[in-house]
Design a protein around this ligand. Structure first.
Ligand code: GLP
Length: 256
């Protein structure tokens, strides 16, 4: 894991945007895994401003609510088109977001996995993190080997996401999410976390044991994972000074 701590969410996002932009310039037909939530909003804004060429890019989103109409303002379809896709020249046929209204969820999930494989696998997966350590919607105790499937949200996540819906009662209970095994197959993971509400989940994911109770902790087993954090999200890391020194003293060839 590479831990990059920056003074602000904006500074951490700029680094993440540089990493994504470099990939799209070096590999115009890259396969991107994308995330939703408030955290990647700044990243998407920066990527739009960079005016990159998305014509050959393929995207796979991590997750979607089950049963929420696609046009609902809080569906992840709406989120992605509103905040990224409609502002770039991505081909609609290359955009993949789980279908929360499919009639046959297991069949859809198996197909989603096949589509990722057929696209050549995910080159870079953007991740946020839940306050309980979830990645995608893989809630605590999710199998660390899980594939795309239906999951039931915890009360905590439904409370966290109630801010987008107006009330907790309106937050769906079920979601379709890429599995942890799916995320672990991405060639690179880029996790962003900002704010003090994420500090505990980040400290446990980075410096705690690998455990399904904090699904993000499995990223310790991933060979190329970068975390872009602001100071508040990094506040409970015991080795923060070490991570800062490492990042500040990278050899030129390792800089991005
Ligand atoms: C959401 C998403 C995750 C996201 C997380 C944090 O429910 N399914 O992909 O990383 O919870 O959300 P936020 O960035 O709004 O804090």
């Amino acid at each position: 894991m590479e831990i990059i701590i920056q003074p602000s969410a904006e500074a951490a996002t700029s680094i993440a945007a540089r990493i994504v932009a470099r990939l799209l310039r070096e590999k115009p037909d890259a396969v991107l895994g994308l995330a939703t939530g408030s955290t990647p909003l700044l990243l998407y804004r920066e990527l739009v401003a960079l005016k990159l060429d998305w014509r050959k890019v393929t995207t796979f989103n991590l997750d979607e609510y089950v049963g929420l109409p696609r046009e609902h303002a809080q569906s992840y379809h709406s989120f992605m088109w509103e905040n990224l896709f409609r502002h770039v020249n991505v081909a609609k046929k290359n955009v993949h977001i789980p279908d929360g209204n499919t009639k046959d969820i297991p069949k859809f999930c198996a197909k989603y996995e096949k589509q990722i494989k057929a696209a050549g696998g995910i080159d870079l997966q953007v991740l946020g993190i839940g306050t309980d350590g979830h990645i995608g919607f893989n809630e605590p105790t999710s199998s660390l080997a899980s594939r795309t499937r239906i999951k039931t949200l915890t009360e905590r996540t439904r409370k966290d996401n109630a801010r987008f819906f107006g009330s907790e009662a309106q937050v769906p209970h079920h979601v379709i999410t890429m599995g942890i095994g799916t995320i672990m197959e991405a060639r690179q993971n880029l996790l962003l976390a900002f704010g003090s509400t994420k500090a505990r989940a980040i400290a446990e994911a980075v410096e705690g044991p690998i455990t399904a109770v904090n699904p993000a902790s499995i990223l310790q087993m991933h060979p190329v994972t970068k975390l872009c954090l602001d100071e508040a999200a990094a506040a409970q890391l015991k080795r923060a000074d070490y991570y800062r020194w490492v990042y500040g003293n990278k050899p030129d060839w390792q800089k991005f």
